[in-house]
Design a protein around this ligand. Sequence first.
Ligand SMILES: [Ca+2]
Length: 479
Amino acid sequence: MRNTAARTLVVSMVLALAPALDARVNVAFERNGERRAGPRFEFRVLASPSSSDAASEAELSIVSGRADPNGGGLEALRDGRWPESADSPRESFFFDAGTSGGRILLDLRRPLDVDRVNTYSWHTGARGPQVYTLWASDGKGEGFVARPEDGGDLTTLGWTKIATVDTRPEGDEPGGQYAVSIFDSDGAIGPYRYLLFDVGSTDPDDRFAHTFFSEIDVVATEPAPESETGAVLSFEAASGKYRFTIDTRGSPDLTGWARDKLAPVVVEWYPKIVELLPSEGYEAPESFSITIGDDIGGVASAGGTRIRCSGTWFRRNLEGEARGAVVHELVHVVQRYRSGRRRDDEGGERRRTRPPGWLVEGIPDYIRWFLYEPESRGAEITRRSFERARYDASYRVSANFLDWVTRTHDKELVKKLNAALRDGRYDEALWKEWTGFGLPELGERWKTAIAEKLGIETAKEEEPATREDGAEGTSAPSE
Ligand SMILES: [Ca+2]
């Protein structure tokens, strides 16, 4: 409430209020003329310099330009003290006479929510007003240059222009005590670590016209932790060949888990899945996104290159099936099976076969349960699930069937199936071609093998199942 009131005052009373580059960023400044300027550095509206702001702990350095050796150095700008008279070089910082100004870097040492940047100056002549451009950066952008010495476009070096400041009075003597306040009318200016003051001369015809800066204050607060706000995390896999993001803004408390536990699995397994499922001329998507949110229902789903995960389900299964569910969806991102029509080599149209749903879901569960987490034995057929087990029952039951055919008949089965499905040439006859058995017969042989393993044929009376049935536990992820 106090802030709002203060801003209203700023608008009505300060010398000037200029809209800056971002529509919400304002530059307010106030000048104490000769009579009012005094050692108390008090202004009608704007605050006096502070000794307890974030700049006190910041690192200040000159990026370009030369400090006037008669000045007090950069330390004078953050010591919370101000000059006691209008011409106090040792308590001020200013660029050297005869130069065109320079750049001052203020490093907050970590990203903070910057609410205000205040700058103060004092001199009786052309060294009183302030002329500078304020740039800011969180230091995280691609190609960020922390110390841009030369001209050129700073926006291409990871910097954002915050405001241009020019407090020179028109048609009046420039001397006086100046306070500048840069603020956002709608909250913080932004989460920034670096502030760059690109300082110019106040009069190109006067070689001494360099502002006597008294103090720089940065009003900033620690940003809310990611576990409260969530984040959009970026990652690379296969040395940068693949890129993906994980957006946890819908489930902020899962941010740490997403970064530390989920991302490494995706980094390792996405390239592996691409290798497992090649086909002629096919390039798997190079970027995809994973969104985790409490507003997302079900378990997880994939649409194109977008994976969506239910935050509420994931939260309950972090140590269990959560990561495997994402591995399953990653397979969908790589599969890219299409149905419909396509043109054949002669330009004629022919119908593609529609990929059977049990294979569309069985292949992801095969990779998940038998390659990614075989130790979990999550796709085993048990005595309890045996009767209802069919090779085309989809998800983990079909995965079990695919694993059995792979082990007993064709090590390349899933690779070949995937290629046929993706190319739209899948045909049930392929099973006979690859294994010597038709699909229904393979299904029977698979069940017979399971029965032998479980001792079902020899058991006269089935024992009651006592353990949790892994094959029909948690609902399997759906596409
Ligand atoms: Ca200060």
